[in-house]
Design a protein around this ligand. Structure first.
Ligand SMILES: [Zn+2]
Length: 311
């Protein structure tokens, strides 16, 4: 997500290749249609248009990278840093260099994904909590994008299958877009806020939904290179064993996780980041597996910090 000098160099190199190929293709196609007798002027025109298309392709291919470099150089508003310090324990526990990285990732996320309130006001706190939910699960990866996500809708409350926030059947706190909701995530505002308080010790709906998105992205684009293959294999085998016999489910895990393998991953992800100490004490092997998947060790992170993960 961040543009390092290496990523920038790689992008320049690949953009030059793309531009060259486009220029050659456009010039060649135009030359194929060259009328007899107009060779010199026509050929020069073909070269000119080929070059123009090549430049356009270079600009398009560099656009995202350049945009991110620009965003990374913007100053981070002091009020935003105060909100992160006050609300996001994960951020508060990071060292200065990692805090800087977290802020840049949050800035990039908010510059590329719209956060929209539906029948409810949203402010910087809500935007930053959405961005934090996106950044926390992928903070251990160095080259990861939520490429499917375009917008996060924030609802005033829990909602039902018809996306209504009134009535007795409201039970959904968050939803990650599939099919008709492709590219969209919905989060209940009170549930999002509760995820960053001590209200629910193991729950964080924002992290839960981004864990779903991470899994969906991984299915289509593959897992980040940092995730060891053996750990993934071990995880898949563990989940299959665990879900085969839900009667013997682990009592410290929210039973909703036993709905299916996707919910199991999302429930364990929020637990891992919200109450890592509890998970590590209850189930050190499971904690180690998740540490391997996310390339992060939140129990040590919070252990080194004087702050509680659920303040
Ligand atoms: Zn879920």
């Amino acid at each position: 997500m961040l543009v390092t000098p290496e990523i920038d160099r790689r992008n320049r190199r690949s953009s030059r290749w793309v531009a060259g190929l486009v220029a050659i293709m456009v010039t060649s196609l135009a030359l194929l249609g060259m009328p007899v007798g107009h060779a010199p002027g026509y050929a020069a025109g073909c070269l000119f248009f080929g070059g123009l298309f090549g430049l356009g392709a270079y600009w398009l291919s560099r656009r995202k990278c350049r945009h991110r470099l620009k965003v990374m150089n913007r100053p981070f508003p002091a009020e935003w840093a105060e909100i992160l310090n006050a609300r996001v324990a994960f951020y508060g526990a990071l060292n200065d260099a990692d805090k800087d990285r977290f802020r840049k990732l949050a800035q990039i996320f908010l510059s590329e994904v719209r956060v929209t309130g539906i029948r409810t006001e949203i402010d910087d706190t809500i935007r930053l909590l959405v961005a934090s939910s996106a950044v926390i699960p992928i903070f251990g990866f160095h080259d990861w994008d939520y490429s499917r996500l375009g917008e996060v809708l924030v609802y005033p409350d829990a909602f039902n299958d018809e996306y209504q926030t009134d009535g007795d059947d409201r039970r959904i706190l968050g939803l990650t877009g599939l099919a008709s909701l492709s590219g969209v995530m919905i989060l209940s505002k009170p549930a999002l806020l509760a995820g960053y308080s001590g209200a629910f010790a193991k729950e964080n709906v924002g992290i839960h939904e981004f864990a779903h998105l991470l899994e969906q992205e991984a299915e289509s684009h593959g897992l980040p290179a940092e995730v060891p293959y053996d750990t993934v294999r071990e995880w898949i085998a563990f989940v299959a064993r665990e879900l085969k016999d839900p009667q013997h489910s682990r009592t410290h895990i929210n039973e909703y996780g036993y709905t299916n393998e996707h919910e199991f991953f999302a429930v364990l992800t929020e637990y891992f980041f919200k109450s890592p100490d509890t998970l590590k004490q209850q189930d050190p092997k499971l904690y180690d597996m998740l540490r391997g998947i996310f390339h992060q060790d939140p129990a040590s992170l919070f252990g080194h910090s004087r702050r509680s993960p659920t303040h």
